[in-house]
Design a protein around this ligand. Structure first.
Ligand code: AHM
Ligand code: MG
Length: 334
């Protein structure tokens, strides 16, 4: 079945398996369309005048790139008028964006990191969009932060689009993880991998090793053991990769296995971690679990966490399930 369009995949999910309704199908189509627009903007680079800082900051005190702001606007504009959403929340907005009164409202909530890894934009390294879809709880409008504070297990869909040599949308509707590559001439996403399975074992890990002196003991132990290679307790040589774009690092793991860690460390402890729960960790955890992998904070399954704040941060360890189990075990022993 490789090669079917995203549209056909969604229609078949809606028709044959009653897996999704028309509203969710529209939502995914609209997000995919926005990702195409972002892919074009990212691809133009300097020629589009889109590189560099926007001169503004987000609620987390991070400097925004022009493409962070543009990607956020593209996703908002694409999603606010279709009638499928009650509200939207983003890494780049302090509070949710309510659907303007002139448009009909739907039953879903959309969360996104419009352009993750944006520190890589100016050096032409892969970046990506991450998104998560929730149902708007009864009695809420979708404009309040509380509407979005749902555990990751309640996500009805999650995905990312990595803007690399090709643009690839990786999507789960809760029954498997599938990849769709953008055919730039046709302007359509076509399935290039169905029911992705992340190998349970791996010899590849991803961590920002410059933080080593800030790590907790279980992560130090695990990384030291990997570095000892085949003469150490793990009995094999490991390789290391760190793109510093979560989307690109996770995409490598989805493609060939590996373990990704942005663990708790003494530098980010006060904030709870580096990566954001609702629009980075939760969607990636759903995608990885649906592909047979695992995702924890080191101590708990990410998808079971009960969010307290819209922009909450968490430690993230995800990927090949035996390695995630090993390092999670080290945390629980300690
Ligand atoms: P961002 O959302 O501001 O781009 O930050 C998240 C990114 C992730 O994509 C990546 O894994 C991480 O930050 C890299 O952090 P570091 O620069 O500490 O290696
Ligand atoms: Mg991000």
């Amino acid at each position: 079945m490789n090669g079917i369009s995203l549209t056909r995949y969604l229609i078949e999910e809606q028709r044959a398996k009653a897996q999704i309704g028309a509203d969710l199908r529209l939502l995914i189509e609209v997000v995919a369309r926005a990702c195409k627009t972002i892919a074009i903007a990212v691809g133009k680079g300097d020629l589009g005048g889109v590189l560099g800082d926007a001169g503004t900051g987000n609620i987390q005190g991070e400097a925004q790139k022009k493409l962070d702001v543009l990607s956020n606007e593209i996703l908002l504009e694409a999603n606010e008028w279709g009638g499928h959403l009650a509200g939207l929340a983003s890494e780049e907005m302090d509070h949710p964006h309510a659907i303007p009164n002139e448009f009909p409202k739907g039953g879903y909530l959309l969360l996104f990191d419009p352009l993750d890894g944006s520190s890589n934009i100016d050096v032409n390294v892969s970046v990506g969009t991450i998104f998560s879809v929730l149902r708007c709880p009864e009695g809420m409008t979708g404009a309040e932060d509380d509407a979005f504070l749902q555990p990751g297990t309640t996500q009805v869909a999650a995905g990312y689009c990595v803007y690399g040599p090709s643009a690839i949308l990786v999507l789960t509707l809760g029954n498997g993880t599938h990849a769709f590559t953008l055919d730039r001439e046709l302007g359509s996403f076509r399935m290039t991998a169905r029911d992705i399975q992340i190998p349970a074992d791996t010899k590849e890990f991803a961590i920002n090793a410059s933080n080593a002196r800030f790590w907790e003991a279980p992560v130090k132990r695990y990384v030291d053991e990997m570095l000892e290679g085949k003469d150490g307790p793990l009995g094999k040589d490991y390789n290391m990769r760190w793109v510093a774009s979560m989307v690109a690092d996770v995409h490598r793991i989805v493609t060939r296995g590996g373990v990704f860690m942005y663990p708790l460390d003494s530098k980010t402890k006060d904030k709870g971690g580096k990566l954001r729960l609702l629009y980075e960790a939760n969607p990636m955890a759903m995608i990885v679990e649906q592909a047979g992998g695992a995702a924890t904070t080191g101590r708990e399954r990410i998808l079971d966490l009960k969010p307290q704040k819209l922009h909450q941060r968490v430690p993230v360890i995800l990927g090949s399930k035996n390695e995630v189990a090993r390092v999670t075990g080290y945390h629980l022993e300690g």
